[in-house]
Design a protein around this ligand. Structure first.
Ligand SMILES: *Cc1c(COP(=O)(O)O)cnc(C)c1O
Length: 442
């Protein structure tokens, strides 16, 4: 679309800050409670349960195919850790104090692909494989799915192919999982995708197709390839309810981890969750699962790079996927893998806008600095995008209008839990991590 930027700014003043690449925040005054918002999502707890049960059925297969999942019995789940030193440091650096406690959800260290994409991406491949095998009469729900590891099944899946467009991590999840099952798989990689991710995929026998353009172009090409081949299944990151549900299972699992740690979430003990957002499926699906697990007491806030604020732009202007950051003169160039998305998912934005409290942007420079600090103070190594949420507790602390509207006074805030969702980094090669740390200036 062609947008008259000046007119847009007149109606939506924050767009000016976005065009100037300033760090900014917007808390949506139109959020509603879960009861009113749920009909717009068009999915409910039954769908999450179905996804959860499907993942349980595949657990015995995953233990066989990926022995690193044995210690969680084939369930792909990450640790939850407290980062108290980081809490003190981030508060101090920003001239304030973070009230309540600060936790990190280490999806960065999920098995198989080392990012949040090990939730949605793998789930969609498994769903597709199950459907094909059942339609062919080779599998029923009551079977022990470890039989999918037999050569017979790999030969069966070999007749089918899977295609996906990716900035890196989605391709890693879908590529590795699909190749393991036996599928022929093509990953269409945008220009910003790291070389090591392409090499890792090639070593798994994945067909990597490289583009000089951004994510939008890679996705469009992947979709086109699949259209010409009835045996090819295209995984559509921009519009997939299946991916979304794969992510949503995180909610009930986190709830269990909170119960085990005795962390209370209720009207007097709010939970703030900071989620890095690219196209929106990951953070949107996780946020949906969190809402279903914790109800109105969880508050989800999305974080995006100043160069790629596509979800904030889409929801704030109400234009969703009818506007891109390029339309307002932003280049969509960031070192934050997975977040370099110029046009957010319209499906996720429209489904979830009433349930997402706010959005903020963060510079690459600050992500790198936080990366270095987390390494130094907590000995945890992440990729830059996974640090996007780390500024969240500061953004909420400083958002006095939002806190007043939500009645989060100092007493409530002192009982709050802040959770930063660390979305990637577990598989970054050592040399690459060293260069990240060097760039951090810490
Ligand atoms: C993909 C990704 C995200 C965001 O997920 P979307 O579904 O694209 O919004 C965040 N962090 C990392 C590391 C990712 O790979």
């Amino acid at each position: 679309m062609t947008t008259n930027i000046d007119q847009l700014i007149e109606r939506y003043p924050l767009v000016k800050d976005l065009t100037e690449l300033k760090e900014c925040a917007w808390f949506n005054p139109s959020i509603t409670n879960l009861k009113h918002a749920l009909p717009y999502v068009r999915m409910d707890s039954k769908d999450i349960l179905d996804a959860s049960q499907r993942l349980s059925r595949f657990a015995s297969y995953l233990v066989q195919a990926f022995p690193e999942t044995a210690k969680t019995n084939g369930i792909i789940e990450s640790d939850l850790v407290e980062i108290a030193s980081m809490k003190a440091l981030v508060g101090h650096e920003n001239g304030t104090k973070i009230s309540g406690r600060l936790l990190l959800k280490k999806d960065s260290h999920l098995p198989i692909s080392g990012s949040i994409k090990a939730r949605g991406g793998i789930y969609e491949v498994l769903t597709h494989a199950e459907r094909l095998a059942m339609e062919a009469g080779l599998l029923t729900e009551s079977d022990d799915y470890s039989k999918l590891f037999d050569q017979k099944f790999r030969d069966f899946f070999k007749q089918y192919s899977i295609a996906v467009g990716s900035t890196g991590n989605l391709g890693m999840s879908i590529g590795i999982m699909s190749a393991k099952l036996g599928f022929s798989v093509s990953v269409h990689m945008s220009a910003d995708a790291r070389e090591w991710k392409k090499n890792t995929l090639r070593s798994h026998g994945v067909n990597v197709i490289e583009y000089q353009q951004d994510y939008g172009v890679a996705v469009a090409q992947g979709r086109k390839e699949a259209q010409n081949d009835p045996r090819c299944f295209f995984i559509d990151d921009e519009n997939s309810p299946t991916l979304f549900l794969g992510y949503s299972v995180a909610g009930e699992r986190l709830r269990k981890q909170f119960d085990e740690k005795g962390i209370l979430v209720d009207a007097h003990h709010p939970l703030f969750v900071y989620l890095p957002c690219g196209v929106g499926g990951g953070p949107g699906g996780v946020a949906f699962g969190l809402k279903m697990a914790f109800g109105d007491h969880v508050h989800c806030i999305f974080a995006e790079p100043t160069h790629s604020p596509s979800m904030m732009l889409g929801v704030y202007t109400g234009l969703h996927d009818n506007i891109s950051v390029q339309d307002i003169g932003i280049d969509n160039i960031t070192a934050a893998d997975g977040l370099a998305v110029g046009r957010a998912s319209g499906f996720v934005g429209r489904a979830m806008e009433r349930l997402i409290d706010g959005y903020f942007t963060i510079t690459d420079k600050r992500m790198f600095r936080l990366l270095g600090q987390l390494n130094q103070y907590e000995d945890i190594q992440l990729e830059p995008s996974a640090l996007a949420g780390m500024l969240g507790p500061i953004v909420v602390t400083n958002a006095s209008d939002y806190r007043e509207r939500m009645q989060f006074d100092d007493t409530v805030m002192s009982r709050a839990t802040h959770l930063v969702w660390a979305t990637g980094g577990g598989m970054v090669p050592e040399a690459e991590m060293s260069s990240y740390l060097e760039s951090s200036g810490i």
